[in-house]
Design a protein around this ligand. Sequence first.
Ligand SMILES: [Zn+2]
Ligand SMILES: [Zn+2]
Length: 293
Amino acid sequence: MSRTTPPRPLDVTAVFPQLAPLARTATRLHPRPGSATPHDSSVGGPLLWPADEPWPHCDEWHGGPGPVAMVPVAQLYVRDIPLLRTPGRADLLQVLWCPFDHEPDDKPLTALFRRTAADVTEVLAAPPEPFDVEYEGYVPKPCLLAPEQITEYPNPLELDKELQQQLADGGRWRAAGVDNRYVLAPDEFYWNELSVAPGWKVGGWTRWGLTDPVARLCPVCGTGMDPLLTIASSEWRSHTESWIPSEDQALATGSLDDPEPWNPTRLDLARGYDLQLHVCPVSPEHPHIGLIQ
Ligand SMILES: [Zn+2]
Ligand SMILES: [Zn+2]
């Protein structure tokens, strides 16, 4: 089933044309419970992992009988998410993590693998599982995806001071004919409903929340890094309900069947925050970084 983000209450570039060049495409993944195969894009589903390739284990010691087997977090085929940055022939991105906290900010340690699906002739049938996990919320429930492309604009704090002041000026919004209920707290309105989508997504703008924006520079070459994948602890919250897909609105507050429709993967990172993976635009060989926000 596809998922559709309701149209934004207004086209923000009609009020602030300066935002137009900052528009970025993001792909909302809309994970929903389902049984995926290795040939599907999924969250927490089985990976298309070659039978003759060692399964990744964490190098760090977490007690127990030996190295911890990493856990599949996401598998994304370029055919489903054309926005994915993949080098050369690669048409598949696999994200795994060690389900234990790692320094510096107590989060699972992620590993990215890019491969060409056609090269995998025999799929590993029974991957090893971790002997333990730090938290239950570090193992996503298997979900299928319904990718949807949307347009995002930056966090207000990533804009220049002049534009920040204009966004906070209710008079400018009112003059453009914007409904009064939005004009009362225009910067919140912009941030919650017009800029960055909540939930799992590929690309788009970084969703700051835990801290103010900080530079994300490649540890190898110093280039500014781009958001790749946002791994989310929820698909929406009370202040981002306008992003609930049309198809989910009837059940958005929960039911006996699904008491927490806002978190279909049941992931819980840093008490409800997101882990956003960033990659270097210069080379996929340069290490990625993970940001809790
Ligand atoms: Zn580890
Ligand atoms: Zn780099």
